[in-house]
Design a protein around this ligand. Structure first.
Ligand code: SF4
Length: 339
């Protein structure tokens, strides 16, 4: 049973609403507990995205409501599934763009969740291993280095997280839907930032040592923008060097603004969607450009139901350009067999 199903079970019984959290696959395992601080997505304007929809309006829970939610989930688990609770070592703070919450709210919420899990599951010497959230470029830039450092450290020096948890703990990982480093592609995707702004946001996270799990979207922008998408995305990734880079190929959802845009482009013969073989090749080109140590994720729709990767390789660790070439080669060989 995933933590999401625990939440669903608790909804109604305990007086808080359960909303879709859509955590990344790595945050859906049995070692992760999910707490929702926000609902919906603070941006909700990406032209290709239909994850949250219009009815799921963005909202940040009030701290008392969030704390009650954390206590309720933990007490339910404690009563009903104690064995499993002791194995939970990570926290995912959802839902979309939880990083957009006010820094003081986020700081108190994350510290409360860490402390509550520590007390509920283990002795005071065992500390949850990590806390991850979704964030976007604007949230990171708006918070700036000081606030991001505070969130990563878990407190100011006077209220240091070491005092309450026995170790420095705070926001360890930001899942970041970068999609591209190319300004034209980002504009069409409605992301609301430029490659340069994404690069600055990446430097902030690197400076405060918060790990980055970046998501990139092959296929976005169609054939016309393909070259720029590859070149600028590779440059951006090589600059900010995320610990994880996950490729989630574009799946054009009908009736989205993106679908209407590409239809118009195709009608005018100005642009077209990439074929599956072209998406695989574009992914290979992006990967072979990576010159740093990272873990590449390229999964099927069993993992990413809202994306489409025509060729999959799972998760692969690479250690610079030579490894990246080898991975790109595997993708091309696989693609040759399929197409
Ligand atoms: S892709 Fe992410 S940031 Fe964009 S609207 Fe969807 S959930 Fe929000």
């Amino acid at each position: 049973m995933t933590m999401m199903s625990v939440e669903s079970k608790l909804a109604g019984q305990l007086g808080y609403s359960t909303v879709p959290m859509n955590p990344p696959p790595a945050e859906k395992t049995s070692t992760v507990i999910q707490f929702s601080l926000t609902q919906g997505c603070s941006h909700n304007r990406c032209t290709f995205c239909s994850i949250y929809g219009k009815d799921n309006k963005y909202k940040v829970k009030k701290l008392p409501e969030f704390k009650k939610h954390v206590d309720s989930v933990l007490s339910h688990l404690k009563k009903n599934n104690r064995g499993d609770l002791s194995k939970i070592s990570r926290i995912f703070l959802g839902a979309g763009n939880a990083l957009s919450a006010n820094t003081s709210v986020l700081l108190e919420a994350s510290q409360y969740a860490l402390k509550a899990l520590q007390e509920a599951s283990h002795s005071k010497y065992e500390i949850p291993r990590r806390l991850a959230i979704y964030g976007n470029t604007h949230d990171i830039l708006k918070k700036g280095q000081n606030d991001m450092k505070l969130l990563h450290c878990g407190g100011t020096c006077e209220h240091c997280s070491i005092d309450s948890l026995g170790e420095r703990r705070g926001v360890d990982v930001v899942y970041w839907g970068l999609e591209s480093g190319n300004d034209d592609v980002l504009k069409i995707a409605g992301k609301g930032y430029t490659g340069n702004q994404a690069s600055r946001a990446g430097m902030i996270l690197n400076n405060v040592k918060t790990k980055i799990s970046a998501m990139i979207m092959p296929g976005l922008g169609g054939k016309e923008l393909s070259e720029g998408h590859v070149k600028d995305t590779v440059n951006l990734l090589n600059h900010i060097r995320p610990e994880w880079v996950t490729f989630i190929g574009l799946k054009v959802e009908p009736k989205t603004p993106y679908a209407r845009w590409i239809e118009r482009e195709e009608a005018k013969k100005k642009n077209r969607s990439l074929t599956s073989a072209e998406v695989a090749e574009q992914t290979a080109q992006m990967i072979e450009g990576l010159d740093f140590e990272t873990t590449i994720g390229l999964h099927g729709d069993d993992i990413h139901s809202y994306g489409y990767n025509p060729v999959t390789i799972g998760s692969v660790e690479v250690d610079g350009r030579y490894d990246s070439y080898k991975v790109a080669d595997i993708i091309r060989k696989k693609a040759k067999k399929i197409f």
